[in-house]
Design a protein. Structure first.
Length: 201
């Protein structure tokens, strides 16, 4: 229902904008025929405009990447059934995943970190099938629903024995933290994402 409302809202706003421009400018360069809007624009203006917008997008991505690089990061020490991994984590204020069973907050780790904790074959199997490779420790596996701008998905997750957050000079120990597993890397100098709310608790 929300999608339909957004579609009609955008359509009516666009139609009103074009009609207003047509009445205001009264130019032969704008015409509406059978519901389709036509602009009489020279190829040079079109190419120049496209190039300018391309440059603007590149600048925006560069600024966004720099801001992400300057975001706060902490170190995590993760322990899971006799295994250990130490990774750098991005502190994300917009990350709010929780475990439906325990209402515990969830961190996100990449596949490489999961492989250090579970082993390569186990981690790959968990990511592909959303279930453990064998029946051992099945009570420690979870499926975490995730909603992003690209749609909905489910991430496999494990319940850690403990997690130590190192935010120099402070260290905090957390028990039974849930770690969701991403199939790919995050593309930065970090291997995990942790909620800002966890750091504040």
């Amino acid at each position: 229902m929300l999608d339909i409302f957004v579609l009609f809202s955008v359509t009516f706003c666009f139609a009103g904008l074009i009609l207003g421009l047509n009445l205001l400018i009264s130019s032969d360069r704008i015409s509406v025929n059978n519901g389709a809007v036509y602009f009489d624009i020279s190829p040079l203006v079109l190419i120049t405009s496209a190039f300018i917008f391309y440059i603007i997008i590149l600048i925006y991505k560069k600024v966004k990447a720099n801001n992400l690089a300057e975001s706060k990061k902490v170190e995590l020490e993760l322990y899971y059934i006799g295994t250990y991994a130490k990774v750098k984590a991005l502190v994300d204020s917009g990350h709010s995943l929780t475990d439906m069973l325990t209402d515990s907050e969830v961190i996100i780790i990449d596949l490489k970190t999961a492989s250090e904790l579970l082993g390569q074959s186990e981690a790959n199997y968990v990511v592909e099938h959303l279930m453990p490779l064998n029946n051992e420790n099945t009570e420690r596996f979870r499926a975490i629903p995730v909603k992003t701008v690209s749609g909905k998905s489910i991430l496999p997750a494990i319940r850690l024995d403990s997690m130590t957050v190192i935010d120099n000079p402070e260290k905090k120990l957390y028990k039974n933290t849930i770690a969701a597993i991403m199939k790919d890397t995050f593309g930065g100098d970090y291997s995990a994402i942790i909620s800002e709310q966890i750091i504040k608790n």
